[in-house]
Design a protein around this ligand. Sequence first.
Ligand code: NAD
Length: 253
Amino acid sequence: MDLGARLAGKHILITGASSGLGAHFAMLCARHGARVTVGARRKEKLDSLVAELASAGAASARAVSLDVTDEASVKACFDALDAPLDTLVNNAGIALSSMAIDTPLADFDAVMATNVRGVFAMAQEAGRRWRDARQPGNIVNIASILGQRVAGGVTPYAISKAAVKQATHALALEWARFGIRVNALAPGYIETEINAAFFATPPGEAMIKRIPMRRLGKPEDLDAAFLLLATDASPWMTGTYLPVDGGHLCSGL
Ligand code: NAD
């Protein structure tokens, strides 16, 4: 089955696409001929990405302003879409590191506002519009294996990603009747520009040794799972939480 071919002409909205995995997923969709809309707080940061998406083969490439923590911005983002939406990818997320005992409650609130309330707000707005238009819909939440296991120094993040996992199950239950599927992709540790320096340190190297496959993921290691969930190749999948982690969730206790 050619998963990528199923993206051709489909309209995908990806949140938090100015960097990292969001930008990677946007390019993946563009290469397969999707209509790609990318959302970020500073729209101008997306100008060069939009140009790359267009030259990579996107059926259309657009950027919209989006702060997932701001209800008005969420609604404005959907109002700005230029075609019916097929798939929403809730990718925007933040992780603030500190030991729980020292974590300012403001940091806790910021992580929840983006990773939990933001995912819910985007899903709710998409869900309402699909229901009202009597259109099927598809949501892919980017969760994390830290929603299932824990590590030190990222407690609010782990709590937030557990909430994303549970939101995926709960929304799938409520919205199957509307033809709206909701699934989660749960990456393990993926090497990006942001964390490359950490993984070169002794604690970072020790963490890699705890991954059964003994290496970090690359963004492209997520591609097959992303394409499965983001397209109609998975018509009877909803409420699924799909880890892609080199076996990290199975690491020995
Ligand atoms: P990243 O920091 O490069 O990407 C996060 C994006 O979200 C950024 O572009 C940021 O600007 C955007 N964002 C933050 N707050 C926002 C807001 N209020 N409104 C709109 N956009 C906002 O990090 P990443 O590693 O690419 O992470 C992408 C997603 O993948 C996150 O949900 C993250 O939790 C998840 N994830 C990443 C890894 C990893 O190893 N990189 C592993 C598991 C899960």
